[in-house]
Design a protein around this ligand. Structure first.
Ligand code: MRU
Length: 343
């Protein structure tokens, strides 16, 4: 299995996703500032993986914090990690989980507090893998046999602690004996599809074909694609889905061509406090991601650029949302809150 992120005695070890597929390099973040930088620079990315990194960042920060003003330092650590990326709600979920535990165990001796926070962060990682396997179990029956699954961005093992959400559904369908393959959108501008999705599917021996983003409509019309499965960075209570920029276009094209559009995500990606997708903060990233490809300029000097990293797909385009607790369908206002409440 691909190891995305692990806790070690030396620090938090992550596979450097900015170097894949050309180099399989692991970086060790030795303090919380390095963990925050790794999230910001996308050494680690993908909503659930960011949630795990955040929990481990809090744990490593607390491990190093002086006993004297532990409370103030704990707050500063959480604030620094929370400032890294705005859209994936799993970041804030991971931090909140650690904050809740800290409040509960604050009366204990400091060594015990530190040990408990580290255990919790490790648990977040282990739980995430189990959650993805459950998403796979719920999603696999929805995947048509003998057809192609189209996906956007990377919602695989690399975007999680392991197994993946959208690619977890693909893995589970393959494990169930379905004869499927995957079309991966390259996912401009950061190329998660080309660099990461294809790499990890090849790693697992699952047939993958790379297409550029503007080919999606052509293939969705061709009759070859059985369904679309993507991940999510934040899902509003009405089922509007924020995911990697370009997802919205794929969803509209899928509906136009009568192809089911599935979103695979853990319950921790639900943001039931917000009514709809208009309330989801969209990260704006630097112009160089658009004007340059691997350091080479492809647009004239002085070009004005927009670079929203995510878009919001309105719930009417979403056929179903696959979670570890089951499959939600419209009306999402009811189905998502029912699933979230399920024990
Ligand atoms: O900018 P990224 O690479 O962090 O964006 C990742 C995505 O949009 C994924 O599709 C999403 O986080 C789901 S990952 C299981």
């Amino acid at each position: 299995m691909i190891e995305t992120i692990q806790w070690t005695d030396d620090g938090v070890v992550m596979i450097d996703q900015t170097r894949l597929p050309n180099e399989e390099l692991y970086v060790t973040c030795r303090n919380y500032v390095e963990v925050a930088d790794a999230i910001r620079t996308m050494i680690i990315r993908g909503a659930p993986a960011i949630g795990v990194a955040a929990a481990m960042g809090v744990a490593i920060g607390a491990r190093d914090a002086a006993e004297e003003n532990l409370d103030a330092q704990f707050e500063a650590i959480c604030a620094e990690l929370a400032s890294t990326r705005p859209t994936a709600v799993n970041l804030f979920w991971g931090i909140e989980r650690m904050k809740r535990l800290f409040a509960e165990i604050r009366h204990l001796p400091v060594d015990e507090i530190r040990a408990r926070l580290i255990e919790e962060a490790k648990l977040v990682r282990v739980e995430d893998i189990a959650i993805n396997e459950a998403i796979g179990r719920h999603g696999a029956p929805l995947v048509p046999d003998g057809k192609t699954v189209l996906t956007h961005c990377n919602a695989g093992a690399l975007a999680t602690a392991g197994y993946g959400t959208a690619l977890g559904v693909v893995r589970a369908a393959v494990a169930a004996g379905k004869d499927i393959d995957v079309f991966a959108d390259e996912t401009r501008p950061f190329l998660q599809g080309a660099r990461l999705t294809v790499w990890e599917l090849q790693h697992d021996g699952i047939r993958a074909t790379l297409i550029t983003d503007n080919m999606a409509g052509h293939f969705l019309k061709s009759g070859r694609i059985g369904c679309v499965v993507v991940g999510a960075d934040r899902i509003a209570s009405n089922g509007d889905v924020a995911n990697k920029i370009g997802t919205y276009g794929v969803a509209v094209l899928a509906k136009e061509n009568g192809i089911p559009f599935y979103v695979a995500a853990p319950i921790s990606t639900l943001d039931l406090k917000i009514p709809d997708g208009d309330h989801i903060p969209i990260e704006q990233r630097g112009a160089a991601e658009v004007t340059h490809v691997f350091g080479t300029r492809i647009a004239p000097e002085g070009t004005e650029v927009q670079n929203p990293a995510f878009d919001v797909t309105p719930n009417r385009y979403v056929t179903a949302i696959i979670t570890e607790k089951g499959v939600a369908r419209a009306p999402y206002g009811e189905s998502l809150s029912e699933l979230a409440a399920k024990v």
